[in-house]
Design a protein around this ligand. Structure first.
Ligand code: NAD
Length: 499
């Protein structure tokens, strides 16, 4: 089924849906050893949609043992890359076959509009798996430039047992960015989905088994961060943690590693993307559309959300008015309605957090130009209107802290030099946008901004061929592209004396 359906059809599908809710370990679904479950409350209407097994340290032990057994047995780790490729391509196909089901699980679980889950999340996740699958039988190792009396081999080997700890904003996609390269390279993986959004990943694990992935190679342990997540971070037999989430928790994983086995820790953390629009931007309407999408897409729950509009004073008013006009057309609606452009905030506590920042913005003297409140209160879910603050100073809390909601801060600057200064005046360095028609200006500024991704005359440019990750406190390591493979392999140097 690959057609976007109607709201009625999705509602019917939702009524008949029986999501997988148990842990997936060693190729089958099992309850948590403690027998505990937790409620999955849909942010769409505040109703419980599933009771999910609550994995903790004891379950993590079982999952890690299964992953280790599978790795040492070699049925996946030693499989020729071309055969691993076929299994992963079959998984990507299955994800696309189940496009509507996976999109529905994602939307019900975390509130994003079904049209985005359908068009972006499922397809990009399948594409990420496919891209790495296709690459894996095309990457070669190296031979060192030695003299004739030696042979120096530089080879990459799978690292072993990888724990992928992921957030709730793009549950499937963030997992796929890690699963693609980690599985393609031959590792065994344990995914710890966010407690707010475990459903899609549990279904994908089942599809992976159907695609032919051997038992134990992919395990999924839903549960809470301070129990299941921490147990993975501290585990002596986990070789690598690939984490996407907040900087605060990312720093904990660095500690866990130091307290345990010095496991590799790769972090993709938060951001406060500056969207710099200079007066010579080539197309102000396009800039306005990207600025609006940059902050309202996925309810602003995007690590690269263009949350700071750093705009040259002479075009500020015109640009802000255009963004407001677009924002007014994006008022939250039922996430299951394909016409909805903005859905629900993931849960009540995140909604309160975002509303708290809005209060703070008002208190610190920013001018509220759009939104600023909870909407659709009668639906039982958690919705916030697209919000625009003007006259923001970069030292205000709303310009410095990651809000992770649909809240734009407009900061006026006099020229490109001040724009770069403001852009870099943050603890984060995930992404930056630059709008100018002057190619020299664009290159100079792209060099000067401290960010892992720089987008010129667009927001969120790129595809699987481009690495993704942050400078500064936005993290280390890179997802996507062949560079992602570096995280999931160890480099071995073998020197053979031929004399
Ligand atoms: P979070 O840090 O609260 O949680 C992320 C994961 O860590 C979850 O699986 C959670 O259960 C686990 N966790 C929480 N506390 C833990 C603990 N004490 N020990 C071990 N594990 C723990 O983040 P979130 O609220 O799920 O997601 C939002 C954050 O993710 C934002 O900061 C956002 O910027 C970031 N994010 C970054 C990227 C990126 O690629 N850079 C992408 C998406 C989201």
């Amino acid at each position: 089924m690959s057609k976007l359906l109607s709201r009625d059809d999705y509602q019917k599908m939702a009524a008949d849906l029986s999501p997988r809710t148990q842990l997936f370990i060693d190729g089958r679904f099992v309850p948590a050893l403690s027998g505990k479950t937790f409620d999955r409350i849909s942010p769409r209407d505040g109703r419980v949609i599933a009771q999910v097994a609550e994995g903790d340290a004891a379950d993590v032990d079982v999952a890690v043992a299964s992953a280790r057994r599978a790795f040492e047995k070699g049925s996946w780790s030693q499989m020729p890359p071309a055969r691993r490729k076929r299994v992963l391509l079959a998984l990507a196909d299955k994800m696309r076959e189940h496009r509507n089901e996976l999109a529905l699980l994602e939307t019900l679980d975390m509130g994003k509009p079904i049209r985005d889950a359908f068009a972006v999340d499922v397809m990009s996740a399948a594409n990420a798996i496919q891209w790495h699958a296709e690459a894996i039988d095309k990457v070669y190792d190296e031979v060192a430039p030695t003299g004739p009396d030696a042979l120096g081999l530089i080879t990459r080997e799978p690292i072993g047992v990888v724990a992928a700890v992921v957030p709730w904003n793009f549950p499937m996609l963030m997992a796929a960015w890690k699963l693609g390269p980690a599985l393609a390279a031959g590792n065994s993986v344990i995914v710890k989905p966010a407690e707010q959004s475990p459903l899609s990943m549990l279904r994908i694990a089942e599809l992976a088994a159907e695609a032919g992935l051997p038992d134990g190679v992919l395990n999924v342990v839903p549960g809470f961060g301070p129990t299941a997540g921490k147990a993975l971070g501290l585990h002596m037999d986990v070789d690598c943690v690939a984490f996407t989430g907040s900087g605060e928790v990312g720093k904990l994983f660095l500690q866990y590693s130091g307290q345990s086995n010095m496991k590799r820790v790769w972090l993709e953390a938060g951001g406060k993307t500056p969207n710099i629009v200079l007066a010579d931007a080539p197309d102000l309407e396009k800039a306005a559309q990207h600025a609006a999408m940059g902050i309202f897409f996925n309810q602003g729950e995007v690590c690269t959300a263009a949350s700071r509009l750093v705009v040259q004073e002479s075009i500020r008013e015109e640009l802000v008015e255009r963004i407001i006009r677009i924002g007014e057309t994006m008022m939250p609606g039922d996430p299951l309605d394909p016409a909805t452009a903005m859905g629900a905030i993931v849960d009540e506590s995140q909604m309160k957090r975002v509303l708290g920042y809005i209060e703070k913005g008002r208190a610190e003297g920013a001018t509220l130009r759009l939104g600023g409140e909870q909407v659709r209160r009668n639906e039982g879910g958690f919705y916030i209107a697209p919000t625009v603050f003007d006259n923001v100073r970069n030292d205000m809390t709303i310009a410095q802290e990651e809000i992770f909601g649909p809240v734009l801060s407009v900061i006026a600057v006099k020229d490109a030099e001040e724009a770069v200064k403001v852009a870099n005046d943050t603890a984060y360095g995930l992404a930056a946008c630059i709008w100018t028609r002057d190619i020299r200006q664009a290159h100079r500024m792209a060099r000067a901004v401290k960010a892992g991704s720089v987008w010129v005359n667009c927001w969120d440019g790129g595809d699987m061929t481009m690495p993704f990750g942050g400078f500064k406190q936005s993290g280390n390591g890179r997802d996507k592209s062949l560079h992602a493979m570096e995280k999931y392999t160890e480099m071995k140097a073998t020197w053979i004396d031929l004399s």
